[in-house]
Structure formats: structure tokens, C-alpha cells
Design a protein around this ligand. Structure first.
Ligand code: AMP
Ligand code: MG
Length: 395
């Protein structure tokens, strides 16, 4: 299954099971969450015309070239009097422009005479240095649509509109399961044939960054009764996300349990690293099973699970930003799967880690992006390849 087809199907599955519950949270607590209701402006921004400079406000039609009297001084936070005809007003950045003034001249272009009258030394135009009322938003305007992911910038924007709290989608509850008899947690000595569980902490941290509530369901040994029992304990989550055990090997107990008490489709993805992906449910609870090799886990999580989780929260824009860059390497052997090489940008060119094995997580720690090489494609240095920054995928 091509990557696009897998993504399209996963997004459909996500749309069929949207998270509907909402929470009303103080603005300071919405970071990383998804807006549940359109944010409509209830005021104009700015609410009144204000000065973009420290200087002098005047009505340009009153200006004959002669010195002018300064009739008032307006600081930010003050409410000015209407401008006395024939005079100007001293004004500071952010202060309301007085009624009757249509122009602000910056103080650098103004000479103050001994009698405190001022002379404007440069030509001026109507509207200069004035931020008009409503230049950012006007009352009733849609500022952020439902489904927007909220971060520091959206929080700042909501604050500028006076919002103290926002309606957000409840967090997606994701249970993380690592499968494999060979796995032990760091902190314990390794026995023969054992390896440390790297996927668990990788996924738990990543899910938290994506605004999920993480249920760490630990390590599942390769046996059917424990697998059944464990899956049965996870009935109140929105997704069971497992790693490992999805190869067609004999130890695919997750697959057996899903076939018995739910549904399972095994997708053979045209992706490298990656390939086998389990999608299904156990007694109605959605399950996604990622391949166990850490670099495969990373790539299939980044490109397929992340958009799935965002879409379940109602996010429309789930595509990471990507761009074309010249390859700083050659790729002589075309593959029949789409490759996501762990790479870096060096002097504007994509370079790749020396070892692209799916078991090598260090490649991704070295990298700052995924370099996409399409199926059937060969490259010579200088050909364009697609680069997806890891920062796009990690948050
Ligand atoms: P599996 O899909 O279970 O056959 O696993 C494929 C490969 O990934 C094997 O070499 C496993 O030992 C390894 N693996 C599976 N799960 C993990 C994990 N949680 N952490 C590190 N390596 C893993
Ligand atoms: Mg295994």
C-alpha cells in the first residue's frame, strides 16, 4: 500500500471516531490543545486608531508650514481630547490618535522651538504612522477556526482579543504497549538475548508533545493469554498503540487477539523503514500496531500515527511542511518502497546518515529531518529531494 493511500485510509478511520468531548480551559493551559469552537472577534483590533511612533499628531489640512502649538500630550493608556483646530498633539507609541488628527509625524522629523511650538521639517501624508482601527481584526470576523492547534502564538492572539478561556477538545487517551520477550526497561541489567525498550519512552514523550494523555501500559510478553488480558484492561482509552510483534512471524499475538475479539487488517506499506502496520480494534477500542524496529516505529508514527491522532481531535491541517532541496548524496539503486532517510541540511543540501538500518535510532538523533526518496527513483547528487524537518513531526 502506497504511503498516501495508507494515510488517506487512516484519516478516514480517524474521522469515523472523532473525540467529541470538550473542556473549557484557562488560556494559559491550552498550549498543545485543539480549539473546539470557532474563535470570533468580539472587538476591533486595534479598538481605536493609535500612534505607531513617538511624535506629533495633527490634521494635515491645518498645516501651512508655519510652527504649530502643542495643545495636549497623550500617553499610551490615556483617553485624548479632540484635537484643537490649528494645533498638534504630542503623542507616544500606542496612544489613541485624537479625533480630528489624521497624521502622526515622528519626533525625529520635528524641531521644537524655544517657545515650545514645533516645526515639521519633512513632507507628510494623511494616515502616516497611524495604525487604523480594526487593521488586524474587526468585530465578527473568524480569527481561528475550530480544529486549530493552539500554541504560544494562538494564545497570544486570543489574549489580544480578550479571551480568558477557550473551548478545547479533550485530550486523546493513548495507551502505549511495547511487545516482545526480549525487552527490558533501562535500569535493569540485561540478560542473554535481551535489549532495552527504546520505543516506550520515545512514544510516550512524543505523544505528550502532541497533546495526548498517555497511559503507559508497559511491556507485553509474547504470549496470547497475557496479550488478551492486557488489551482487555485498556477499554477506556481512545487508542491502543503498540510496537513490535506485527511481522507475520509466529509471535504475532496481538494479531491473534485482534482477530478473535475485534478486527485486524495488516497493511504492507510501501515504506522504508516500516512496512507492516496493524490497524484494527479490540472489543471496539481502536488499535494501531507499529513495527518494532525503532527507526520504523519513528517513521510510521511520524507519517501515519501523528496525523491520525490530530485528525481524531478535529485538526484539518495534518500535513507536515516539506520542501525540495538538492541531494548532497547519490542514490544509485531504486527501491520498490518509499524511503525516509534520516538526514540533515548541510549548506542547503540534504545529506544522510551513514547507516540507514531500521534498527539504528542514532540515525534519527543525528538527523534534523527525513529525506523522502520516491519508489523507483534513483538520484545523482544535485537532484531535488523532499525534506521534512523533524521539528514539524515532533510537535
Ligand atoms: P518485532 O516486530 O517484534 O519482530 O520487532 C522487530 C525488531 O524490533 C526486533 O529486533 C525487536 O527486538 C525490535 N524491537 C521491538 N520492540 C522494541 C522496543 N520497544 N524497543 C527496541 N527495540 C524493539
Ligand atoms: Mg517482537
Amino acid at each position: 500500500m502506497p504511503v498516501e493511500a495508507a494515510l488517506a485510509r487512516l484519516l478516514e478511520v480517524a474521522e469515523a471516531a472523532p473525540i467529541r468531548e470538550r473542556e473549557h480551559l484557562p488560556l494559559a493551559e491550552v498550549e498543545g490543545r485543539v480549539l473546539a469552537k470557532d474563535l470570533i472577534a468580539t472587538l476591533d483590533l486595534p479598538p481605536w486608531p493609535n500612534s505607531a511612533m513617538d511624535g506629533y499628531a495633527l490634521n494635515l489640512a491645518d498645516w501651512s508650514g508655519e510652527p504649530m502649538f502643542v495643545s495636549q500630550k497623550i500617553f499610551a493608556g490615556q483617553a485624548p481630547e479632540p484635537l484643537q483646530p490649528g494645533t498638534c498633539a504630542r503623542i507616544f507609541t500606542g496612544a489613541p490618535v485624537p479625533a480630528g488628527a489624521d497624521c502622526v509625524e515622528m519626533q525625529e522629523n520635528v524641531q521644537v522651538l524655544a517657545d515650545e511650538r514645533v516645526v515639521f521639517t519633512e513632507p507628510m501624508i494623511v494616515g502616516q504612522n497611524i495604525r487604523p482601527q480594526g487593521q488586524e481584526t474587526t468585530v465578527g470576523e473568524l480569527v481561528l477556526p475550530a480544529g486549530t492547534r493552539l500554541g504560544p502564538i494562538e494564545q497570544g492572539l486570543a489574549a489580544s482579543l480578550g479571551c480568558a478561556a477557550l473551548d478545547v477538545v479533550r485530550k486523546v487517551r493513548v495507551a502505549v504497549l511495547s511487545t516482545g520477550d526480549e525487552l527490558v526497561e533501562p535500569g535493569t541489567a540485561l540478560g542473554p538475548g535481551q535489549i532495552y525498550n527504546s520505543n516506550r519512552v520515545l512514544l510516550c514523550s512524543w505523544l505528550q508533545r502532541l497533546g495526548c494523555e498517555v497511559i503507559d501500559a508497559g511491556i507485553l510478553p509474547d504470549d496470547l493469554p497475557t496479550t488478551r488480558a492486557k488489551l482487555g484492561e485498556l477499554q477506556d482509552v481512545d487508542l491502543i498503540l503498540s510496537t513490535g510483534g506485527v511481522s507475520v512471524g509466529e509471535a504475532d499475538f496481538l494479531g491473534i487477539a485482534l482477530r478473535e475479539e475485534g478486527e485486524l487488517t495488516l497493511w504492507k506499506l510501501a515504506i522504508k523503514p516500516g512496512k507492516p502496520l496493524t490497524v484494527g480494534h479490540f472489543r471496539g477500542v481502536p488499535v494501531i500496531g507499529l513495527p518494532g524496529n525503532p527507526a520504523s516505529t519513528l517513521v510510521t508514527f511520524a507519517l501515519l500515527t501523528r496525523p491520525y491522532l490530530l485528525r481524531r481531535q478535529g485538526v484539518q491541517d495534518v500535513e507536515p511542511l516539506k520542501f525540495e532541496v538538492p541531494a548532497g548524496f547519490a542514490w544509485p539503486q531504486a527501491g520498490n518502497r518509499r524511503e525516509y532517510l534520516r538526514g540533515r541540511l548541510e549548506q542547503g543540501k540534504a545529506t544522510i546518515y551513514r547507516n540507514q538500518s531500521s534498527g539504528v535510532l542514532r540515525s534519527a538523533a543525528w538527523a534534523d529531518g527525513l529525506v523522502e526518496v520516491l519508489e523507483g527513483r534513483t538520484l545523482t547528487a544535485g537532484d531535488e529531494v523532499t525534506f521534512i524537518p523533524l521539528t514539524e513531526l515532533l510537535g
